[in-house]
Design a protein around this ligand. Structure first.
Ligand code: F6P
Length: 349
């Protein structure tokens, strides 16, 4: 199907859309026969496991399952192909997303959303499953508002989606960071150095806080909490005066620049300090057990929502169970980092 509309056939697209275009303006909910899935935003370990679960549960429920490549960007261009049970074999344990992903600016405009809706009509996608974070869910909500039913599944290493206590990829990313920091501790300890490690999280410090606790960091800097270099230096010197010979400082990406923090610590304390930016390393790798099970169960839940005609929902994990909330309501929900946990972490160093 995908090939039919690409390879130079794009000029015919308008015609195809006109032929298949119906229901977008009326907002009527069609009976769902075809289900599409795309992954959007930053990739996260477990996205493949999610696609696998959705495709397998979806085909068993009798839906025609379709994969959209390159997120909303691919939807926009009509990059759609049918996926069957065997097409998702050997994907459960693979990192990344075989459907690929993109951060699509075009979807932030009404014209972009309309084009996406038209493509759903062209390919017979009666409900689109979007795996991603808040930004991706906003795109899905916009599609829902013009009559394309959607289901969102939270997939981002940052765990920063307000309506869910867990997002697919978070556990793997934290374990990857923890293992890397354990290694950095060995060398920091051998050289009596300060290791300043930047972990991902532009707006959210969930990775930094938990990884900091798990690695016994002396200092954890989060984007949500204002901090002062003077306090950082004082803490390092206090630790040294109590006999400590190596130091771990965790800086969330959105809280500051690890290179600059290391430079200032070294200048002020004369303790050799080395910055390490873990970066995209945290987004790769085989998903952990938690991410594989979460991805699998959330994927099945998404299909159950469609079977039960509960459309325009976000699949969420709350209070120990996988459930779902209305997409508009879910997008308005907020959650915040635990200040208690941050304070308690200070008792442990
Ligand atoms: O997906 C979330 C995230 O990993 C953030 O923690 C980070 O700030 C951002 O993506 C980096 O995105 P990019 O892929 O554009 O470098």
């Amino acid at each position: 199907m995908f090939e039919e509309y690409t390879n130079g056939n794009l000029p015919n697209l308008k015609e195809m859309v006109a032929k298949n275009y119906s229901g977008i303006e009326t907002g009527e909910m069609p009976e769902v026969k075809g289900v599409g899935i795309l992954t959007s935003g930053g990739d996260a370990p477990g996205m493949n496991a999610t696609i696998r679960a959705v495709v397998r549960a979806g085909t068993k429920a009798g839906f025609k399952m379709m994969g959209v490549t390159r997120g909303y960007h691919g939807l926009w261009k009509g990059e759609v192909k049918e996926l069957g049970h065997r097409d998702v074999s050997e994907t459960l344990q693979r990192g990344g997303t075989f459907l690929m992903t993109a951060r699509s600016k075009s979807f932030e405009t009404p014209a972009g959303v309309l084009q996406g809706a038209k493509m759903c009509k062209v390919f017979g996608i009666d409900c689109l499953i979007v795996v991603g974070g808040d930004g991706s869910f906003k795109g899905a909500r916009d599609l829902a508002r013009i009559g394309i039913p959607v289901i969102g599944i939270p997939g981002t290493i940052d765990n920063d989606v307000g309506c869910t206590q867990y997002t697919i990829g978070y556990d793997t990313a934290m374990n990857t960071a923890m293992e890397a920091i354990d290694k950095l501790r060995d060398t920091a300890s051998s050289h009596e150095r300060c290791s300043v490690i930047e972990v991902m999280g532009r707006h959210a410090g969930y990775i930094a806080l938990n990884v900091g606790i798990a690695t016994g960091a002396e200092i954890i800097l989060l984007p949500e909490v204002s901090w002062d270099m003077k306090d950082v230096i004082k803490t390092i010197l206090d630790c040294r005066n109590k006999g400590k010979r190596h130091y771990i400082v965790i800086v969330a990406e959105g809280a500051g620049d690890a290179t600059e923090v290391a430079k200032q610590i070294e200048e002020a304390t004369e303790i050799e300090s080395r910055p390490t930016i873990l970066g995209h390393l945290q987004r790769g790798g085989s998903p952990s057990l938690r991410d594989r099970t979460m991805a699998s169960l959330m994927g099945v839940h998404a299909i159950e929502c469609i079977q039960e005609k509960r459309l325009n929902r976000l699949v969420v994990y709350r209070d120990g169970e996988i459930t779902d909330v209305d997409i508009e309501e879910g997008l308005s929900m907020k959650k915040s980092i635990s200040m208690d946990e941050l304070e308690r972490s200070k008792l442990l160093t």
